[in-house]
Every structure is written in structure tokens, then in C-alpha cells.
Design a protein. Structure first.
Lengths: 114, 916
């Protein structure tokens, strides 16, 4: 296993999926995995199966909705889209993330200054 | 990031949805994953991999599919419930594979749980259940009683004074009577229970009419000389007598020939204040002089006749202790305010009444459960039976625990295997507990049905025996299961399931996986045998307790049946009588009763007949104090009765000295009295009692009575009691009305055969009519009914316990021998004598039984001491009973050991060894 790749942080995958659906509109699981792979530029190591666990979790919270449809190569696939409540949650969580990221960044800088 | 977790409720709802939808979701999810893998593979192939390489890479990138499915399950459903469901199906499969064990277990549990539920239903109906009225817990009964007597009641002036003075009740009412009377509606005659009430009776009980209106305070004007003659019908009376006709309102109901206007009908749910007596008719208390005044004199104005049952409703913030304190402190003043006036100077007998009055004490008792005709007699036996059935259930649990233990030992290989495959210990325990709870569940269902049937049967039996069904106004106790009974049964079911399942489950799961797998499952560690043996010893000990208790009750019944009460009850009939409603005051009493007794005696087949006031054998209790006329010092407590000529001969009490009453002992003759031999001996130890004079200290009417005869001793009123000193007064000498007194007839005729000629005799004189004819033997049987029920049921339970303990012992020995087949084979091969093996096995069984007996004896002695006061003619440590119990247990133990031992002796060494 590639040592340089980081494990996806618990909970961050949910945020990434929400953001992906927000940015790209309805997608199936495979598409979401491709998008995260592309954006992370191979920095993150992702067990693609976990995407589905995350999707279930988000569905249960009512933040995304799922619908059966046809994929680009004419196969049956389940498409996920973000709901209104999901949009709100995304906003909240984005702010949350930035705040925490900021705090962690500051802490790490403190370490350097010493 | 707590917000990610979202609301618990939403997750729960989603889970529930997933749980319900179940399987289709599984398939969908699988499809979705397959699709994803397919796309990944195609993508890798497009990058130049072979199909195999691509598919492997796809799987690698996707991660563990199975884990993913599990994650999904955990997210979408309740895994513990799924496991439980799985365990339950497995349990049913396993149990149906051993039908013998399952049948025995379910039957044992059905009997145990059924018995407990049945007895509890009866206990609930008889003692625990609240009246169906709003806030029954606020109801209290209060009143005055003489020291030593517990029945509290009041006179009307007393009631009014208490209500006027008190500050603890939000309301209070009083009820008088509750006696059976002649009724007539639409020209049809019937009898019914008539209650006289004060104005707030219905409103305090929260009753609502089904038809018309109910009695209101304005209907009960106690000061008016013309009381409102209105009546309310009870629902079942209305259904029974009026066929539920809605036009009864406004019609006339005649009570003892006095017209009343029907103003309403109560609802079906309204049961009045009694759990086993019906309120047939309710009328205003103010009509009492009209209805009964003519017969027994006006009670309304009397200050000293305590005839009303008062009930109060406590204010919401007042406790019963506060009510006791408050009313108790006012009591002396209230009593003084309503004391009857002394009419003659002090020192005169007329002061007696006043003195009794001043000794009255005041009580306040909770009344939420109302009153009951049966409670007093049967509550204690039912409590005892409750304890007995609880022990039976405990025994059944111990029995099933040992059976489960053997089974789980036999299945240790299976458990080892499952533990090796990754089952946690709690998972294994859960599996076994589910099995035991499934058993107890099945047992509960069967037991509940059994209980439903048997509690009804028990009540029906009780009613037939006490004659309550025939009694006017009796209603069946409501034993239908309510929330309390259901809760009780559910609690018992779960408790038993856990009780007999937990220990075996825990022990079974203790085995270390690899050791149970490696070990030959035919040899067992000895550790678990301690528990198995403990359970057997417990069963033997518990059944000894039950056998001792049951045995004592059976012996009690035997002794009671063998009692020689000093009077004859075989071939004696008791005739219940009532005065006719209208004119019955023609001629004087003596002429009437003399003529009547004569006519009845002349009926062919009748030997003799005589009236008495006291109900023979019916627990009649009229205690007075007597002493030698003019003497001072402690008077003698004595039974008191009023009899007419012919009575002594009829019930076989023999005259020892002097004479008995004759028809010349009238109001003009000197006051005569007949006494029992023991009374004569106590008062006049030296010399004859005949011609001596005695006083009944407690009643002013009976002073300076001349003893004209001495009769043999008899336990006339209660065969439980030894013959007590008794004073027999003449029923006709004092002008006291005797129209309600029963007539005793000595005859070999059956009650049915004598009814017609009896009626003829009574009708010819036109003053009284026959209500009932029953045999005195039946009255006596009824008087020992509590003992009879106790003996039957506790005897049955004791035998059941013996059987269960026997099965337990048998199961354990049979199991041991199966386990030891190999050992026995080797022994036989080496030349062991078969008799020696038999001795060994029997020895072991007897040892277990003896240890159980040794453990059980002290408990049995302790338990039977608690029932000492319910025994008759035996002591609680009766050696005959205890020896019989011990012998019975040893016998069953021997049998339970002998059958498996026989099997052991037939073990073929070759087969046994090859088997391994």
C-alpha cells in the first residue's frame, strides 16, 4: 500500500460527497468515487465501498435523495442528489470545517515558530 | 462533529423502515455494488489490464464487500433484533427436535404458571381489585364498634353528627339494610336485595344512570313524615326482571307491598360497594320506617341501634391517618351528643345499654376494594394457595433448569464449535436464554388459558358450595384478567424463563472453545454436576415443604370431618323463612308457632320440628355475659340463642336434667332458661343448677332467669370450636319477633320431597312463606369449605411437586447413566456384579433424596408454623404427616433411581466399548 496516501478522515467523506453532489448535480456511486479520486489527485486513499456506507448515512439523515435511473452507457444505476436540507447542512459543515482547519493550521504554525 | 450524527429519532425511523423492508434492500444494495465493480473492472481493462487482473484490482480498490454489507445492516436495521429473531427460529427448530423434553417442559410450565395466574386472578378479584368507581383510593369506611368486635357501623343520629362535625371528607353517605325483600313489578313477584341509602350515595360513587335519573339528596328528606317513594333498579335486576324494557321508568315497584316509583336504572359497570353482592334495588333511607318499620321497629330515630354502613370520601389532600386522628379526637364528643338517654336511675339494668354505648370505639378503614361476602372467609386460604403455587413454580424452575443443564452439557460440542467460529459468550448465552424464554412463553400461553378456565371453575365451585348462586343478590366475582393479572403473568413468565435458563446458559458458555472441541464430548468436567445436584436437592427440599403443608391441610380436613359436634346434622333440614308482606299480625306469635310446628311435625316422614334463632353450623356468633343472679364479679362469656319447643329434640341435643321449653312458657310465665352442661358446671360446680337464677349481664331484658333444664354440650354454631357454654332463651317469652328464624326439621325426606307439603303447611296459616330448604349436612360442609378447598388444592399441588421432583431425579439419573455407559461397560467387562451397579446407582439417588429431605425439613417446619392457626386437630409439626411426606419422597426417589438403574444393568460391555 502506498504509504504517502492518507486515510480518509472519519466524517470528512460525508462532507466531500455532499460537496460533490452540490457541485455536479445528481451522480451515481461510481461517478462520485471518480470525482473524489480526480479532485484528491491521488492524495487520498479511498476504499470505494465506503462511499456507499456514507451515502446510506446521508440518506438516512435526509440530506440526499436517491432515485433509480439510467447511466450514460444505458445501464440501470442509482442516482443521488442533494436535498434542500442537505444544502443547509453543507453550509454549516463547510463553515465548521474551515474553522477547525483554521484552528489546526494555527496550532501547527505555533509549533513551527518555537 | 456531533452534528453529523443528526437526530437519533430520524436514524431510528430509518432503521425501522429498513428493518421492515428487509430483504429487497439487500438485493438492491448488492446490485449497486456489482455495478460499481463492473464499471471499475471495465475501466482497468481500458487501461490495458487483462480481465482477471482488472477484476482483482477493482476488488482491491473497492474494499471488503462483506464488511460493507454488515455496515449497511447495522446502519439500516437492528442487528440485535435480527440476531434475536434468528435465535428464536433456531430455538424452535432445536426444541421441535426433542419433542419429549419440550412437552414435559411446556406442560410443567403451563401447570406452574397456570396455577399461579389462576390463584392470583382469584386473589385479585377477592382482595386486590379496586371498586369500579372514580378514585376508589379515597373511599374509607368508618364507624363505631364494641371492643373486641370489628364490625363498625353507626346509627343515623351518629352519622349525622359525625358528618356535621368532620373536616376530612369531601362527601359521605350511609347505607342501611342490604336485605332481601319481596318485590313486585307489573304484577310479577320476585325477591331482591334492597339497599337504603342517603342522598349522596350515587353521586359520591360517580354513578351515571343508564335510564332515567338516580337518587339525589332532595329525594332523601329524613325529617319528612312523607318520604319520597322512589326506587332505582340495578342493571342486572332490570335485565332479569324487566327484560331490559326501557319503559319501566315511572312504573310502580312494590317493596313489601309498599309502592315506589321507578325513577332510573344504573349502568352495567356500576357494581355498588360489594364485589360479590348485587345492588338490586336502591331506595332513599327515609323510606325505612315504611318498609321495615312494621316488621322490626323504626331504626331511623334510634340512637343506639348501629345499623348503617357509613362511607366517606377523603378530601384529595387528606390521608387516612389524618382522618383517624381528626375523627378520633372528636369521637367522645360525638358519642356523648348522641348517647341514648338513661331512662331509670343508675344501678338499674337499663343502664346496661348506656354503658355498652359508652364503650364504643371509633375506626376508619380504607374501603377502595369495597366489601365482600366471601373475602373474610376465603382471603387467607387464597393467600396460602398463592404461596403454595409460587413454590410449585419455583420447583418447576429448578426442574427445568436441571433439564436444560443436561441438555446444554450434551450440546457443549455445538457451543464449542460456535465459539470457535467467533460467537461471543454473550451471544451464546443469548441463544440459550432465547430457548428458555421461548419455552416459558409457550408455557405461559398454555398456562394462561388453563388459568382462565380454572379460576372460573374455582369461583363457580366456591359459589355452588356456599350457595351464593342460589342466594338472592349474589353475583359472581369478576375473575376476568385485568392489567394487574396480565402484568403478573408476564412478569412470572419472564422471571421463570430467565430463572431456569440463565444458570445453565452461563455455565454452558463457560467452556473454552478449543478444549471442548479437542476433548471427547463424552467425558465431562465434574464442575457442572455440583449445580445439577444442587438443583435436584432443591427440588426434593421444596416438595417436602409442599408435602408437609398439603399433608397438614388434608389431615385438618379429615379431623374436621370426624368431629362429633354434639348435635345431629344427618337427616336434619333447615327451612329458611320470610314473613309475608301484608297482614301478618293476626293472632299472637305463640299460637301461630305452636300450630305451625304441630302441622309440620304431622307431615308424613317428619320426626320432629323446632325453631331456633341462631343458624346452626353457620358460624353464628352471639356472645353474652352471664352470672349467677345478684352475684358480682367477673361474668362468664357464653353463647346465646333463642329457641322454641321441639328444637333440642330435632337437632339431637339431649336433655340431661330438668325440662326443656314448652308452649306454656309465655310472657306471663316466669322467665325460664335452659343452659348447656358446661355452663351449669362452671357456674354451679357443686350442686344442681336446676331452679337457680342467672342474669344475662349485657342485656336488660334477661335478668333473673330461672334455669329449668340442663342440656348436653354441643358445638352448635361452629364445629371448629369446642362446645362452649351456651344459654338458650325462650324465643317467645320476650315478644321478640321470630318471623325470620329458621325452622329445623328432622326427617329422612330430601329437601325437594318435603317442599310441597311444607309449603302447604305454611300457606294454611298464611303468615310466613318458605324461601329455602337445605340439609344441615350441607351447611356443615359449607362451614368447612375453606379447609376443604385448601386440602384439595394444596394436596394436588403437593402431589404435583412430588411428580416434578421425581421427573427431575429420574432425568438426572438417566442422564448420568447415559454419560457413564462407557465406564459401566468397562466395569462389567472387568467382572463387576450387576447388583453392585444397581446398589451404586440406587445409593446415589437415595443420597440425593436424603440430602434434599435434610435441607427441606427445617424449611418445612418453619413454613408449617405459619399456618398453625389454620389447622384443626393437628399440630404444625405433626409427626404422622412429616413421616408420610418423607416416605413418599424416598419412594419416589427409589423409583426414579430404579428405572434408569435397570437400564444400566442391561448395558452390554461390548456395545458400550465399541460405541466409543
Amino acid at each position: 500500500m502506498d504509504a504517502k496516501k492518507s486515510e480518509v478522515l472519519q466524517g470528512t467523506l460525508d462532507l466531500m460527497i455532499l460537496k460533490t453532489l452540490h457541485a455536479l448535480g445528481p451522480l451515481h456511486g461510481f461517478g462520485i468515487a471518480r470525482r473524489i479520486e480526480q479532485v484528491s489527485r491521488d492524495v487520498l486513499q479511498l476504499n470505494e465501498g465506503t462511499v456507499y456506507t456514507s451515502l446510506l448515512r446521508l440518506q438516512q439523515q435526509g440530506w440526499i435523495a436517491a432515485e433509480w435511473g439510467t447511466s450514460e452507457n444505458n445501464r440501470r444505476a442509482k442516482f443521488y442528489s442533494i436535498t434542500k436540507r442537505g444544502e443547509k447542512q453543507l453550509e454549516v459543515e463547510t463553515e465548521n470545517w474551515e474553522r477547525i482547519a483554521g484552528v489546526i493550521g494555527r496550532v501547527l504554525r505555533l509549533e513551527e515558530e518555537r | 462533529m456531533s452534528s453529523w450524527r443528526g437526530s437519533r429519532l430520524r436514524r431510528f425511523a430509518a432503521k425501522l423502515h429498513g428493518f421492515v423492508r428487509g430483504r429487497p434492500r439487500d438485493a438492491e444494495f448488492c446490485d449497486e455494488i456489482q455495478e460499481h465493480l463492473q464499471l471499475l473492472t471495465e475501466r482497468f481493462m481500458a487501461q490495458g489490464m487483462t480481465r482477471e487482473q482488472a477484476s482483482a484490482a477493482a476488488r482491491r480498490q473497492f474494499g471488503n464487500k462483506t464488511l460493507l454489507q454488515e455496515d449497511r445492516r447495522e446502519l439500516q436495521t437492528f442487528p440485535c433484533i435480527e440476531a434475536l429473531w434468528q435465535d428464536l427460529r433456531y430455538a424452535i427448530r432445536v426444541l421441535s427436535k426433542s419433542p419429549g423434553f419440550t412437552t414435559v417442559a411446556v406442560l410443567t410450565l403451563a401447570l406452574g404458571i397456570g396455577a399461579n395466574t389462576a390463584i392470583f386472578s382469584v386473589l385479585n378479584a377477592l382482595v386486590l381489585r379496586d371498586l369500579a368507581v372514580p378514585h376508589p383510593e379515597q373511599l374509607v369506611r368508618f364507624g363505631a364498634h364494641t371492643p373486641g368486635d370489628h364490625y363498625a357501623s353507626v346509627s343515623l343520629p351518629m352519622f349525622e353528627e359525625i358528618v356535621r362535625e368532620q373536616k376530612v371528607f369531601s362527601g359521605a353517605f350511609a347505607r342501611g339494610g342490604g336485605s332481601s325483600m319481596n318485590l313486585e313489578i307489573n304484577g310479577e313477584l320476585s325477591r331482591g336485595q334492597v339497599d337504603l341509602v342517603t342522598g349522596s350515595y350515587f353521586s359520591e360513587l360517580g354513578a351515571v344512570p343508564a335510564l332515567g335519573r338516580l337518587i339525589e339528596p332532595s329525594d332523601v328528606n329524613l325529617n319528612s313524615s312523607e318520604p319520597a317513594q322512589v326506587a332505582v333498579l340495578g342493571y342486572s335486576f332490570w335485565e332479569r326482571q324487566c327484560g331490559g324494557a326501557r319503559d319501566v321508568i315511572g312504573k310502580t315497584l312494590r317493596i313489601e307491598n309498599i309502592p315506589f316509583t321507578i325513577i332510573g336504572v344504573t349502568r352495567k359497570e356500576f357494581g355498588g360497594l360489594s364485589v360479590d353482592m348485587e345492588d338490586d334495588i336502591v331506595v332513599p333511607l327515609s323510606t325505612e320506617p315504611l318498609i321495615r318499620g312494621a316488621v322490626v321497629g323504626d331504626s331511623l330515630q334510634s340512637r343506639s341501634i348501629l345499623w348503617l354502613d357509613p362511607v366517606g370520601r377523603l378530601k384529595p389532600d387528606v390521608t387516612i391517618e389524618q382522618a383517624r386522628a381528626e375523627l378520633g379526637s372528636r369521637w367522645p364528643a360525638i358519642r356523648e351528643a348522641v348517647a341514648p338517654a338513661g331512662q331509670k336511675p343508675a344501678g338499674n339494668p337499663w343502664d346496661v345499654e348506656r354503658n355498652i354505648f359508652h364503650s364504643l370505639q371509633f375506626t376508619v378503614e380504607p374501603y377502595g376494594t369495597g366489601s365482600s361476602f366471601l373475602r373474610g372467609r376465603f382471603a387467607k386460604p387464597v393467600y396460602v394457595l398463592m404461596a403454595v403455587s409460587a413454590i410449585v413454580l419455583l420447583l418447576a424452575c429448578a426442574n427445568l433448569a436441571s433439564l436444560m443443564l443436561s441438555r446444554s452439557a450434551a450440546r457443549s460440542h455445538e457451543f464449542g464449535m460456535r465459539a470457535t467460529l467467533g460467537a461471543t459468550r454473550s451471544r451464546l448465552v443469548q441463544q440459550l436464554l432465547v430457548e428458555s424464554v421461548a419455552l416459558s412463553g409457550a408455557g405461559t400461553v398454555a398456562g394462561f388459558l388453563l388459568a382462565n378456565w380454572s379460576s372460573r371453575a374455582l369461583i363457580a365451585y366456591l359459589y355452588r358450595q356456599t350457595g351464593l348462586f342460589g342466594y338472592v343478590g349474589g353475583k359472581a366475582l369478576d375473575v376476568s384478567p385485568d392489567l394487574r393479572v396480565l402484568g403478573f403473568t408476564a412478569g412470572v413468565a419472564i422471571l421463570t424463563g430467565v430463572l431456569f435458563g440463565l444458570a445453565p446458559a452461563w455455565l454452558a458458555s463457560r467452556g473454552v472453545p478449543n478444549s471442548t472441541l479437542q476433548n471427547n464430548p463424552r467425558t465431562l468436567g465434574l464442575g457442572r454436576w455440583t449445580l445439577g445436584k444442587t438443583l435436584i436437592v432443591t427440588q426434593v427440599a421444596l416438595s417436602l415443604v409442599l408435602l408437609a403443608g398439603g399433608g397438614l391441610f388434608v389431615r385438618t380436613l379429615e379431623k374436621l370431618r370426624a368431629v362429633q359436634p354434639g348435635f345431629r346434622f344427618a337427616g336434619v333440614l333447615e327451612v329458611g323463612l320470610f314473613p309475608k308482606p301484608s297482614p301478618f299480625k293476626n293472632g299472637d306469635q305463640i299460637t301461630y308457632f305452636r300450630e305451625l310446628t304441630d302441622r309440620v311435625s304431622r307431615i308424613p316422614g317428619v320426626v320432629s320440628a323446632g325453631f331456633s334463632h341462631g343458624e346452626v353450623g353457620g358460624g353464628y356468633d352471639w356472645i353474652q355475659k352471664v352470672r349467677i343472679h345478684g352475684a358480682s364479679g367477673n361474668p362468664l362469656s357464653s353463647n346465646c340463642d333463642r329457641v322454641m319447643p321441639g328444637f333440642f329434640r330435632t337437632v339431637g341435643i339431649s336433655l340431661l336434667r330438668g325440662r326443656t321449653f314448652d308452649w306454656h312458657d309465655n310472657a306471663h310465665a316466669s322467665h325460664a332458661v335452659v343452659v348447656s352442661e358446661n355452663l351449669a358446671q362452671t357456674l354451679f360446680p357443686s350442686g344442681s343448677a336446676i331452679g337457680q337464677h342467672i342474669d344475662v349481664v349485657t342485656d336488660p331484658r334477661w335478668q333473673d332467669l330461672e334455669i329449668i333444664g340442663v342440656v348436653s354440650n354441643a358445638s352448635l354454631y361452629d364445629i371448629h370450636r369446642p362446645p362452649e357454654p351456651t344459654v338458650y332463651l325462650d324465643a317467645l317469652q320476650y315478644g321478640t319477633p321470630a318471623e325470620f328464624d329458621p325452622l329445623f326439621v328432622q326427617t329422612e325426606l330430601s329437601p325437594a320431597a318435603i317442599l310441597a307439603p311444607l309449603r302447604q303447611a305454611f300457606n294454611s296459616l298464611g303468615r310466613q312463606y318458605v324461601v329455602s330448604v337445605s340439609s344441615l349436612r350441607r351447611t356443615i360442609d359449607d362451614s368447612i369449605l375453606p379447609e376443604s378447598i385448601l386440602a384439595t388444592l394444596s394436596g394436588f399441588f403437593a402431589l404435583l411437586a412430588l411428580l416434578i421432583a421425581g421427573i427431575g431425579l429420574f432425568g438426572l439419573m438417566a442422564y448420568t447413566i447415559t454419560r457413564r455407559t462407557r465406564e459401566l461397560g468397562i466395569r462389567f467387562a472387568l467382572g463387576a456384579q450387576r447388583a453392585a451397579v444397581l446398589r451404586m446407582i440406587l445409593g446415589e439417588t437415595f443420597l440425593l433424596t436424603l440430602v434434599g429431605i435434610a435441607m427441606g425439613l427445617p424449611s418445612a417446619l418453619a413454613a408449617t408454623r405459619l399456618i398453625t392457626h389454620m389447622l384443626f386437630g393437628v399440630t404444625s409439626h405433626d409427626s404422622v404427616t412429616l413421616c408420610t411426606a418423607v416416605v413418599a419422597l424416598l419412594g419416589v426417589g427409589g423409583l426414579a433411581g430404579y428405572i434408569p438403574a435397570q437400564r444400566a444393568m442391561r448395558v452390554d460391555p461390548l456395545v458400550a466399548l465399541r460405541y466409543e
